[in-house]
Ligand binder design. Sequence first.
Ligand code: HQG
Length: 181
Amino acid sequence: MRNNDRDTSKFISLILRHKPETIGITLDEHGWANVDELIAGVNKTHLLDMATLERIVAEDEKQRYSFNDDKTLIRANQGHSILVDVEVEEVKPPEILYHGTGEKFVASIDEQGLIPKSRLYVHLSGDIDTARKVGQRHGKPVIYTVKSGEMYRDGSVFYRSVNGVWLTKTVPIKYLERGAL
Ligand code: HQG
């Protein structure tokens, strides 16, 4: 991805997940923004046209965004703090999932379990490498193993976003093991 695209993509992610009001737009209940309004709003501070937006969506390494069929609407696939329903799919999880975090959060997690904090869900990863990368965003990474199969059998609901991120509301301490098993 080109450098300018990366900056623009970060800004689009802020708009579509957290603060659409920054450019004076709103999201609908399923998290969709109008593409023309998004381009016009973003273009005030970051160069953006339809071709650039299409390239950002196609090349995003985490496939963070989706268009609707006729490309008049766009939304982020996951990661929201705004209360929208992006229609994540309810799925039976694998026996084990991972959560990458920063060392500074460990004491609190060991006391409270995993909570979504500012986002709608706790984000879990299917493999240790991805969890480590997520954790590195918060400083020295720490990986938790999540007994997702046991949680599921005990009644917890799991979702997977279209870009493959595992989501659940909370993870109580009894299903957490520090370190990657
Ligand atoms: C921690 C990125 C204290 C939690 C990634 C995490 C992901 C607690 C932090 C997506 C806690 C929240 C989400 C507790 C959880 N006490 N801290 N009880 N429970 N935490 O950024 O999971 O690049 O909101 O461990 O790839 O790091 O943006 O969540 O460290 O998929 O597309 O609170 O963001 O994707 O941090 O990352 P975040 P996250 P993008």
